[in-house]
Design a protein around this ligand. Structure first.
Ligand code: ZN
Length: 193
C-alpha cells in the first residue's frame, strides 16, 4: 500500500490527499486514527476536524467504535478548516460525508500549501447512493483506501450499510443500532428472511 509519509522528508511543498471510505463498521475511523498516530510519532503537527453535526459520542474527540480517540475540532462548515494553526503539517477529517460540497476545494487548498490531508467518510448512504462530498474527494485524492466491513448475514466482505429500522431520513442520530453491514447480495435481499 502506498503512503505519503516519506513526502515530508523531502520538503514542505508536497501535500497530498488520502481518502479512507467504506460502509459503517468498516474501521474507517480506526484507520484514520492509525495514520494520524503515526504522524504524531513522526513529530508532525496534527490537527483533526469533524462536522459539528456529528454529536453521537463526544463534542471534541474523534471517537471510533473501539474507543480510541484523538482530540478534534468540530466545525460548522468546511471553510472553517482553513483557519487551522499555521504550523499544521497533517490534517485529519472524520465523517466527511456530513460536510458541505466545498470540502474538496478546501482539501485541495490545504494540499497545495504542503499539508497531508487524510479524510475518512461513508462512501454510500443506506440507499447505496454516493454520499455528500466523498465521491468528489475520491476523485481528487492521491490515495483512496476502501475498507470493508463483514456482512452480518453471510460473512462476506460488506460494502453496504443496511438500515434495519423503517425511516426514510438520510441521517439517523444514535445510528449504531439502526444499521448492519451487508455484502451486495444480502443488501438486495432486503428484509426477507
Ligand atoms: Zn452477505
Amino acid at each position: 500500500m502506498l503512503f505519503s509519509e516519506q513526502n515530508y522528508r523531502r520538503g514542505e511543498y508536497c501535500g497530498s490527499i488520502e481518502v479512507i471510505c467504506g460502509s459503517m463498521f468498516s474501521g474507517k475511523t480506526e484507520e484514520l486514527l492509525r495514520r494520524l498516530r503515526r504522524a504524531q510519532i513522526a513529530k508532525l503537527n496534527v490537527e483533526i476536524f469533524k462536522p459539528k453535526t456529528d454529536t453521537r459520542y463526544d463534542e471534541t474527540a474523534v471517537v471510533s467504535h473501539d474507543l480510541n480517540s484523538v482530540e478534534s475540532t468540530p466545525v460548522e462548515t468546511s471553510t472553517a478548516i482553513l483557519l487551522l494553526k499555521p504550523d499544521t503539517q497533517v490534517v485529519g477529517i472524520d465523517e466527511a460525508q456530513f460536510f458541505d460540497d466545498n470540502l474538496p476545494e478546501v482539501c485541495n487548498q490545504l494540499a497545495k500549501k504542503g499539508i497531508r490531508v487524510i479524510i475518512a467518510g461513508l462512501d454510500m448512504d443506506y440507499m447505496g447512493k454516493p454520499f455528500g462530498p466523498v465521491p468528489a474527494l475520491m476523485a481528487i485524492a492521491e490515495l483512496v483506501t476502501k475498507v470493508n466491513a463483514v456482512c452480518m448475514r453471510c460473512g462476506s466482505p460488506a460494502v453496504y450499510s443496511y438500515r434495519t429500522v423503517a425511516n426514510a431520513n438520510r441521517v439517523l442520530l444514535g445510528e449504531k443500532d439502526s444499521y448492519e453491514p451487508r455484502c451486495r447480495h444480502c443488501y438486495h435481499l432486503g428484509d426477507i428472511e
